[in-house]
Design a protein around this ligand. Structure first.
Ligand code: N01
Length: 543
């Protein structure tokens, strides 16, 4: 008899009403919410403290690309009024401090088991329970299972020959050491030019003797224009917090100031269009993408914005050949996550920074002390891997999650994720995902989407507590309809033209399917409201 079977035959009642995997912003709020409903809840977290993304991503320059006043919890007015953000965009240390403050304030840590990784989760129909096993050898049962595992939490080593044999310091941005890392006097190589690298490069360049950047795909980046947050600005925002939070829910991205655009790019002449882009560039942040209705649906419209940014890159970088290499030309702007930076392009004007194109001549292999590209050998002391994540579905591949009828989640999703609203999966009863694939999560202000999902899950669980409703299943038709809708919305945009982690393109062998919901926050929330008003259409509650 396996430990799992033994556990079930001896248990009269499940150990917990709910188990939550992950103690980032999603897991913390879910714990607070369910405890408030009187449930017995346990959270498992592989790190040794709360914070999720902000616990792991300690690379130099790590900060949020959404403004702190928006990227924060709204569920408790006292919390949002009491907490004072110091800078416009939260730094990783400040965000981690905020997570810790929330954990203290709501006394969350007593129900979180740290330094524990979940190995497997299996549904047992007879026991009406999930059994969870951990890397510490525990097996516990729960009525409800909630994956608060994040979308970018499975760091990827690049599939480059010899990467394991590098004998200097090898650092992945998503699993950065906790002790400070100094690059003073070091020859550093960095692979990757996504959001993480674009934040880290200017800071590493400032310290290192020499920094060599290995770029496969140039990315569009916009100045963050970040700086200190004045007490007066913070106070004014807080005075209208309720209104800002409500407005955010009516926008595509979940940010109050990025309203749904109303004009096509072709409604204005070239001069006015240029002025609008100039204004968005001066404002910084994601504003540029919300300038017109058709930037992400019409290639020609998109090209007007893309060329505007390329012109800014050419102006910022002194060497025309380097500038041209930094100009993205193989994907529409905004179809990969738009990066925000502080002096990224200008960093290439420094004498101690070189840019190596590894698109035309890929990195052939890595040796103990060098990265080899074709016939060229770049000797380095430290190798920084800013090579991203097995995004959105990586966790399903990492854990052994088995639902009804022996259905294996990783196998089910081998051809791309299948979910109902990015929230639940057919044949996985009482299992929920916070900002799962096919929900707007990563294409929105994440904490707003987390709060929405936490509240939906809490409401489903409340309904399941009514006698005779304990098991919640997704109807296959409802799921198929949502998958079809998700794909149709993505296909009506330019998003599918980019080889991005949204598409799974960064992981060799992964199905190329567009994963997030890009219909926008407002539309998604309206759809969910309809589902609820229709008696939780698509969900079946049974004894
Ligand atoms: O990862 P990425 P990231 N040889 O996947 C390159 C969020 N985030 O950690 O594009 C050479 O974007 C790869 O090249 P290519 C944000 O949502 C947010 O930077 O595949 N290069 C790419 O350049 C973001 O989108 C914040 O051709 C290789 C890079 O590595 C997401 O996290 C900050 C390679 C990976 O870029 C992920 O960002 C940071 C190889 N074999 C991150 N393999 C903020 O809030 C991979 N690459 C600000």
């Amino acid at each position: 008899m396996s430990p799992i079977d033994k556990h079930h035959t001896s248990a009269q009642q499940n150990d917990f009403d709910a188990i939550i995997i992950g103690a980032g912003f999603a897991g913390m709020y879910m714990l607070h919410k369910l405890r408030g409903q009187g449930l017995r809840v346990r959270v498992y977290e592989r790190g040794d403290d709360v914070g999720g993304t902000w616990y792991w991503n300690r690379y130099p320059g790590a900060r949020c690309d959404l403004e702190s006043m928006d990227y924060s919890y709204s569920f408790d007015d006292d919390l949002q009024q009491d907490w004072d953000w110091q800078e416009k965009y939260g730094t990783q240390p400040e965000l981690l401090k905020y997570a810790s403050h929330v954990a203290d304030r709501f006394k969350l840590r007593s129900d979180i088991v740290f330094k524990t990784k979940i190995r497997s989760a299996r549904y047992n129909k007879e026991a009406q329970a999930w059994t969870i096993t951990t890397d510490q050898g525990d097996a516990v049962s729960t009525t409800h299972l909630i994956l608060a595992t994040g979308n970018l939490s499975t760091p990827q080593l690049p599939k480059i020959k010899g990467v394991e044999s590098f004998s200097g310091r090898r650092l992945h941005t998503g699993a950065w050491p906790h002790d400070p890392v100094s690059f003073k006097g070091r020859r550093v190589g960095i692979i990757g030019t996504g959001s993480s690298a674009i934040q880290a490069i200017p800071i590493i360049a400032d310290q290192a003797e020499h920094l060599t950047v290995f770029q496969r795909t140039a990315n569009f980046s916009i100045p963050a224009r970040h700086g200190p947050l004045s007490k007066a600005d913070s106070k004014a925002y807080k005075a209208r917090y309720t209104e800002h939070r409500a407005t955010a829910k009516e926008t595509p991205f979940g940010i109050a100031k990025y309203k749904t655009p109303t004009r096509s790019c072709w409604d204005v002449d070239d001069t006015e269009r240029q002025n609008i882009y100039e204004k968005a560039w001066a404002e910084g942040g994601q504003a540029l993408l919300f300038a017109f209705t058709d930037l992400l649906t019409d290639s020609k419209a998109n090209e007007t914005a893309a060329e505007f940014v390329r012109e800014r890159i050419r102006k910022a970088v002194n060497d025309p050949a380097v500038a041209e290499l930094l100009c993205p030309k193989d994907h529409p702007i905004g179809t990969k996550r738009l990066c925000l930076d502080s002096s990224y392009y200008e960093t290439y004007n420094r004498g101690n920074v070189s840019l190596i194109d590894v698109k035309n001549t890929p990195i052939s292999h890595i040796e103990a002390d060098a990265v080899v590209v074709g016939h060229d050998r770049y000797e380095i002391d430290d190798l920084v891997l800013a090579t991203g994540y097995d995004a959105m579905t990586g966790v399903a591949r990492d854990m052994d999650i088995v639902g009804e009828g022996g259905m294996d989640l990783a196998r089910l999703w081998a051809g791309g994720p299948q979910t109902y609203l990015g929230l639940m999966v057919a044949n996985f009863p009482n299992m929920y995902m916070i900002t799962g694939p096919q929900s707007p999560g990563v294409k929105s202000q994440m904490i707003l989407s987390i709060e929405h999902h936490v509240e939906l899950i809490a409401a489903i669980i409340k309904k399941a507590q009514i006698p005779g409703s304990a098991t919640v299943r997704v109807e296959q038709d409802a799921q198929d309809g949502w998958v079809e809708h998700n794909n149709a919305v993505a296909d009506s945009t330019l998003y599918t033209e980019a080889a991005s982690w949204y598409m799974g393109s960064n992981i060799p062998g992964k199905a190329q399917v567009f994963m997030p919901y890009v219909g926008g926050v407002k539309r998604y929330r309206a759809y969910c409201d309809e589902v609820i008003n229709d008696g939780w259409r698509g969900l079946k509650f049974s004894a």
